[in-house]
Structure formats: structure tokens, C-alpha cells
Ligand binder design. Sequence first.
Ligand SMILES: [Zn+2]
Length: 301
Amino acid sequence: MPELPEVETIVKKLHSVLNTKLVSAIRVNREKSFQGDISQIVGQPILKVSRRAKLIRFHFPNNMNILAHLKMTGQFIFVDGNKKLGGGHPSQDWIGSLPSKHTRVEIDLLGADVENDLGENILQGSKNQQKQSHLFFNDIRVFGWLRVMTDDQVETEYQKYGPDINTPEASEEYFKSKLQNTSRKIKQVIMDNKIISGVGNIYACDGLNLAKIHPVRSANSLSAKEAETLLKSLKKVINLGIKLGGATISDYRDVDGSAGKYQDEVLVYGREGQKCKNCAGFIEKIKVGGRGTFFCPNCQL
Ligand SMILES: [Zn+2]
């Protein structure tokens, strides 16, 4: 499942190529994947692509947006001639031709790349305005979605999420107050998007290891000092994940620069039986809230 660093990475890439391009057509191949009125988007230029939690937002000038969630297996791939970029769930579609049988939505675009082709754009003017490219939304399991929403509807959706872990709004004061209020297991609390957004399973496991806190401790058993250390550790592993373009654990990791590198730096996630990087202990795997959880029983107390 794409986590916050992977989503952040796709959003930056998509913004760099989609910014100012005009949506000339949208084809929905699977109704479940797209909700809303296509006519409110067709003919509009994309002003910006941004992220909040794991939501991807395409901004349009008429106060309309497409909000998207990749869920388990979603991916966005932009194709312009031989150029192909994007990300999300790694699959054969990263390297195969598109559309594929997993392509749920196709968005046709017009216009040159502002950042890459600026010189050419100025010289050739109108010719480049007609340059075609395509954005494909592929999703094997069809849990992901695209929704046409007004600015107000997007804001309402955003209210469902706690502050993003990598922002100042996820402050020590806020974090400590949330932890004090619950006896739920700390790992489940930090993965609860209503409390803090963007801490997925990989980064929750690694953040707890870095902070030397056992994943099944009650949240309200953490001291103020432990809570501060945990928050810092979570921000640290998430920021490293963003810097490395996320984690790509698959056979397609080296394709088209779409893959992240965090899996090479991972502390405990997926390292059952291997040595802890904090101490001389060995990583164990347990289930917490139904999720595979990796930790070191020697240093995480
Ligand atoms: Zn250890």
C-alpha cells in the first residue's frame, strides 16, 4: 500500500508535468473508480497537484478539484510519447503499455511541460498547446477512487484527518494530549489517521524502533519524554522516506525512476530474524490490530 512518502513523491512528479496542462477528455473504464460530473473538469487547466494525508488533489480554476486516493493498489502514470513517470502501487503497468486491463480512468491532456519545455514552448507557441499527453489511473483491486469535488467539499473531507506527521501542526503538545487520552496500543494510535495522518505500517514500526518503544504499550503509559522522542522519531523516518522517494518493495523497483529507496534503509519492517540496528537484539514479528508488526524485544520497552 502506498504510504505518505510514496504519495508525496508521486504528487511532486505529477505537479511538475501536469501544472497548466488542459484536460481535454476523461474516459472512465470502471464506474466505481470515478465519481462526479466529468463536464465540470473537461476543458479546465490543472493549476496544481497537492497532497493532504494520502489524498491527492488536482486543483482547477473553477473551484473544482479531483480528489484521489490510491488505497491498496492504485497508481498514476503519466505518459508523453516515450516519457513515462508516476508511481503508487508497483506492478507490471509501470513497464507495460497503457492503457492496460487495470486502467480504470484515462485523462487526456493538452499542452507542453512548463518546467521542462519552457524554451520550446515560447518559440513554438500554439503548436505546443496542441501537444497531447495522458494520465492513467490504474488499480488492480479497485479500492482506489477519483472524485470531482468543490473546494468546500475538499475542505470537509480534509477535516476528517488529523495533522500530517511531517508538518508543524503535528506538535509535541498536540501529540502528548492525544496520547494521554487513550489506553489503546501505541502503534494503533500513531497509525490512526484521525489522530495523526501519514504514519503507515512501515514507518510506524520503524519510528517505534528508533524511539525504543514497544508497539503494544498503552498510549497513556508513555512518559512526556517518551512521547516527545516518539514524535521526533516518526518525523525522522517519514522525512527520510520522503527524501528517498518512499519505499518500493517489489520486482519493479528499478523501473523508470518510479521506485523509492527507503526499503534499503528500513530499520525493522520486513526484517524478522535479522539484527536490530539499535542494539544486539533480533527483530521479531507479531500482530497488532491485525497488522504485521516488526520490533526488537531487546531494546523496545
Ligand atoms: Zn534493538
